[in-house]
Design a protein around this ligand. Structure first.
Ligand SMILES: [Zn+2]
Length: 416
């Protein structure tokens, strides 16, 4: 299909070049070769250019949907960023707890060492006291037995030894109890610490899962952006193609107008295929800005006013088509709209009477109404509007050059 289009374009280009070549070779000689371009060629190019609109709309819709997807992905990534920051704060918090437990454990270990040293010192003290007593022969059981002056004396001496032993035993027992207490405290701290470490490990694994999800979201965003760039490039390409077609159409039109002028032909037959909707060629107001006449009527004029029509002139269908409006409105008065195909309509307003019904097919030149001054109007005239592709166009100067207008041979009133 692309190939067919390209061949068609090439063929037209060759024809145009041939026509141009002949003009150059025969320079100035009045010549209207059969191979010359026609309005049909111009229209064909314009249709081809318009035909690209559907593809453009498709790409634009795709861009919209890509933008939607992308904003969703960015939203998801933002959420993940927040979750990651939260989890990191929890990890930091847990780490602070772990550090605190470790410091307490270190402190407890020091306490434990101190208690053990105290116990050893106490035991050492006891031993040295016993050794001292042994040196003085005060403690040996044998000495006790042999030196006792009596059984009561012996028991008294043994009691003294037991008293010392009991006291030392009590101190050592207390120290042992303290040690046990410290050990238990240390064990509790270690349990808490390992619990915190387990919690941290869980958080770290959650964090890495979130990071993976974020990487995924980033990849999706990158993919969508690439897709967007690609689509934008395709759209720009299409627009360039369309511009080239329009430019070629314009160039052919200029050539055609020049050919017709050289041949002394009327340029009445125009690219849009429109004919004058009334017999008058007297323009009282053109499309675009103007002063509101007598304060009545629009200041941004949407149509072309044709005057010198009186109240009884026939109004002709400018092109064949189907009547889609035939009614009265307070602004347009009695008016008729004819559709000539997708987005192409003509409108005729301020009629004194309408001669067609909605749904009726009319040939070009068919009488559709009679001129008048109904609705928002200061005097009899025909208000005429043309839309192409749904957009109002100026039938007097459509295209870049004034002579490209659909309606030619008119006279402008000094106030128009
Ligand atoms: Zn008007």
């Amino acid at each position: 299909m692309e190939d067919t289009k390209r061949r068609g374009r090439l063929r037209r280009l060759c024809r145009a070049l041939l026509a141009l070549g002949l003009v150059l070779v025969l320079g100035g000689v009045d010549l209207a070769p059969a191979a010359a371009v026609t309005w049909a060629d111009v229209n064909e190019l314009k249709e081809e250019a318009n035909g690209l609109d559907a593809e453009k709309e498709e790409l634009e819709a795709k861009l919209d949907s890509l933008a939607d997807d992308k904003s969703q992905a960015v939203e998801r990534k933002t959420l993940l960023d927040q979750q990651i920051a939260n989890t990191q704060a929890q990890i930091d918090n847990t780490q602070a707890q772990i550090d605190q437990y470790a410091a307490l454990i270190t402190q407890t270990e020091a306490e434990l060492v101190e208690a053990q040293e105290q116990e050893e010192a106490q035991y050492e003290l006891f031993c040295s006291r016993v050794r001292e007593m042994e040196k003085q022969d005060e403690v040996s059981y044998w000495a006790v037995l042999f030196r006792a002056t009596s059984f009561t004396d012996m028991l008294g001496r043994l009691d003294a030894i037991n008293e010392i032993m009991r006291y030392d035993q009590q101190v050592i027992d207390d120290l042992k109890a303290l040690q046990a207490e410290i050990e238990e405290k240390k064990a509790t701290l270690e349990t808490s610490k390992s619990e915190s470490e387990a919690a941290k490990a869980e958080l770290v694994s959650k964090q890495s899962e979130l990071s993976a999800q974020r990487s995924e979201a980033n990849a999706v965003i990158a993919q969508l952006s690439a897709n967007e760039n690609e689509t934008e490039a395709a759209l720009a390409d299409l627009e360039a193609q369309q511009d080239a077609l329009w430019a070629e159409a314009q160039r052919l039109s200029d050539q055609l107008v020049a050919q017709q002028a050289a041949n002394g032909q009327s340029t009445e037959s125009n690219p849009g295929g429109y004919i004058w909707p009334v017999d008058s060629r007297y323009i009282t107001s053109t499309m675009g800005g103007r002063n509101s006449p007598g304060g009545i009527g629009s200041t941004n004029h949407k149509g072309t006013d044709i005057g010198r029509v009186g109240y009884t002139s026939p109004i002709y269908a400018s092109k064949a088509g189907t009547v889609i409006v035939s009614q009265y409105s307070s602004s347009y008065g009695n008016y008729v709209v004819i559709s000539h195909g997708s987005g192409n309509t003509t409108l005729y307003a301020h009629m004194s009477s309408r001669k067609v019904e909605v749904g009726q097919y009319v040939e070009q030149g068919a009488v559709i109404g009679i001129t008048g001054s109904t609705g928002n109007s200061t005097g009899p005239h025909l208000h005429f509007e043309v839309t192409e592709n749904g957009v109002r166009v100026n039938p007097l100067s459509h295209g870049a050059e004034p002579q490209m207008g659909y309606l030619t041979g008119y006279t402008l009133s000094s106030s128009a």
